[in-house]
Design a protein around this ligand. Structure first.
Ligand code: NDP
Length: 319
């Protein structure tokens, strides 16, 4: 028995319906009566989106739960530590989205530096016949990009940055094996040496407000911040302040603290670029992610090892 949390996405329903007993959480009118009835039967949960919070108290309602198959590579919405301590494997959908998210990251970076969304708005507003669009003060050429998080997606972004002639350096907690870009153990030191930060770390407690006022000050007045990670990684009020005061030059943001709500102060700023969390959002990539959610569930149903367990819940479990 599998509990689907989220809407009836065709790949999820099509892939699971004929193979397991599928229960639809969102469609239950009385959630507590529903959980009382089906809770003990549930062996796996499929999460259709990344925004459903799945914590210990919620999971403890399913005494026979063995697996949570979560959509998306980021799983900060799931308490994986709690799951691991209670014999539940959590899986995510890594790798199948690397290239798409890296493409979006470069798109957002170029949009932010060269003001392409603003230029598009200029044409639509009928401004072009009156005067050419002003030259952009920023360009990618000559920039040094500090990648914050040189993991699967960080590496795909770095490869693209090289092709665009940008110099690449990086920060993470540990140097990455086989990566030759300059490594900075301290983020603030890297921020001082670069003019662009590309953020692509996981969300959650260990990265909360990693990009704070000190880092933004170190980045300086030519500084551009691109956040492809999670809203929580940036101290949002500090960022807004730094943009208002021109402590940094600009920002391109795909993710926000309270998304889909975006602070009005950011919306009011003409010199920032705001995307509605579209990093992986093409039909092809989202289909591949949905399929991996299904495949992890089907592996569990067949008594096979999970395909992509997260590090907090390794398989086989460490005793
Ligand atoms: P990986 O796990 O492959 O890489 C994560 C990187 O971040 C590693 O280099 C890791 O190195 C580093 N890191 C982790 N914690 C910290 C920390 N506290 N401080 C500094 N560096 C840290 O993940 P992916 O590349 O697959 O994905 C990264 C994240 O991107 C996802 O978790 C998700 O939040 C976000 N994402 C956003 C998308 C969007 O639509 N905007 C789409 C897909 C992903 P180390 O462990 O050595 O620190």
């Amino acid at each position: 028995d599998v509990l689907l949390i989220g809407s009836r996405k065709p790949v999820l329903v099509g892939g699971l319906e004929s193979k397991v007993n599928l229960h639809h959480y969102l469609e239950a009118k009385d959630k507590s009566a529903f959980i009382k009835e089906v809770g003990p039967k549930i062996g796996a949960i499929a999460l259709a989106y990344t925004h459903d919070k799945v914590d210990g108290p919620f999971l403890s309602q399913f005494p026979n739960l063995k697996q949570v198959s979560s959509f998306g590579v980021g799983y900060d919405h799931v308490d994986a530590k709690w799951a691991g301590e209670h014999g539940i494997v959590v899986t995510n959908t890594p790798d199948v989205l690397n290239e798409e998210v890296a493409d979006t990251a470069l798109g957002l970076l170029l949009c932010t530096l060269r003001e392409f969304p603003q230029a598009d708005r200029y044409v639509r507003a009928g401004q072009w016949p009156k005067a050419p669009y002003p030259l952009t003060k920023a360009t990618l050429q000559g920039r040094t990009v500090g990648v914050v998080g040189m993991g699967r997606i960080g590496k795909a972004i770095a490869k693209r940055l090289e092709a665009f002639n940008a110099k690449v350096v990086y920060h993470s907690r540990n140097p990455q094996a086989g990566v030759e870009y300059k490594y900075y153990p301290k983020l603030v030191d890297m921020a001082r040496d670069v003019d662009t930060l590309m953020i692509i770390v996981p969300g959650g407690a260990s990265t909360k407000n990693l990009i704070n006022a000190e880092v933004l000050k170190a980045l300086g007045p030519q500084g551009v911040v691109i956040n492809m990670a999670r809203g929580s990684v940036i101290d949002e009020p500090a960022l807004i302040e730094a943009l208002k005061n021109r402590t940094i030059y600009s920002a391109g943001l795909d993710v926000f603290v309270n998304e889909p709500e975006v602070p009005q102060e950011l919306i009011d700023m003409e010199h920032v670029v705001l995307f509605p969390h579209v990093g992986s959002a093409s039909e092809a990539t989202r289909t591949a992610m949905d399929q991996l959610v299904v495949d992890n569930i089907l592996a569990w149903a067949a008594g096979k090892p999970p395909l992509t367990p997260v590090p907090e819940t390794p398989y086989p479990p460490k005793c």
